[in-house]
Design a protein around this ligand. Structure first.
Ligand code: PEP
Length: 246
């Protein structure tokens, strides 16, 4: 039985005051029956770590460098994240693939760098609307995951995968539970071919998950929780989604 995982992705939102209010609201509603984590902008890692220490809630970053250290201005390594007690790092979010030209191989290298220092990568895959309408969903998500499988080899079982159809992110348009399950089943099958641990791996769905659609998505057999963007910024909504994952 896989324990559900709900991860908030704050994206580039936050302030000291807003973070304190949001964290207080999420903490006030614990305990949770699912694992809950928040992936926050780098400057806020320290305060989030302090606020969540001892709470069983976990925290993470929204990106990580593929490099260990050196002349990579603006990048943050997994060694640094590990120092903050970061449990997770999102890699390959569609906003980074699109705005920062991240390739499948770079995403795979980032996932490898994260794992090397005990930070679990949450690897995002997903098709655009044009790709879905062209019938390319399976090909695209398998290609994206394949790069990670070939780079991580025997460690692949240690990652979390998030299926995030690009057309559903921040648009209010959610994949139906059946559409999401169909892709999750494909991804699980691909992982089964790569590792004996695929049955225990957590595959998250992301894309306009809200309190009113979360339970139906999380009830699907291969959906093990969610990666939550906009709704993770409102304590009440995020708490309701975490409860739907019980
Ligand atoms: C995300 O940013 O990963 C995401 C899924 O965003 P939203 O929930 O706002 O669609």
């Amino acid at each position: 039985m896989r324990r559900k995982l709900v991860v908030g992705n704050w994206k580039m939102h936050g302030s000291h005051a807003a973070n304190a209010e949001l964290l207080a609201g999420v903490l006030a509603a614990k305990p949770y029956l699912a694992d809950v984590a928040m992936c926050v902008p780098f400057p806020y890692l320290s305060e989030v770590a302090v606020a969540l220490t001892g709470s069983h809630l976990l925290w993470g970053a929204q990106d990580v460098s593929a490099h260990e250290q050196g002349a990579y201005t603006g990048e943050v390594s997994s060694t640094m994240l590990a120092e903050f007690g970061c449990r997770y790092a999102i890699v390959g979010h569609s906003e980074r693939r699109a705005c920062h030209n991240e390739t499948d191989q770079l995403v795979a290298d980032k996932a490898k760098a994260a794992l090397a220092h005990g930070v679990t990568p949450i690897v995002c895959v997903g098709e655009t609307l044009a790709q879905r309408e062209a019938g390319e969903t399976e090909m695209v998500v398998k290609r994206q995951l394949s790069a990670v499988i070939h780079t991580l080899t025997h460690c692949i079982g240690e990652i979390v995968v998030a299926y995030e159809p690009v057309w559903a992110i921040g648009t209010g348009r959610t994949a139906t539970p059946e559409q999401a399950q169909e892709v999750h089943a494909l991804l699980r099958k691909q992982l089964h071919a790569a590792t004996p641990h695929a049955g225990g791996m957590r595959l998250l769905y992301g894309g306009s998950v809200k309190p009113d659609n979360a339970a139906a998505l999380f009830a699907q057999p291969d959906i093990d929780g969610g990666l939550i963007g906009g709704a993770s910024l409102k304590a009440g909504d995020f708490v309701a989604i975490c409860r739907a994952a019980a």
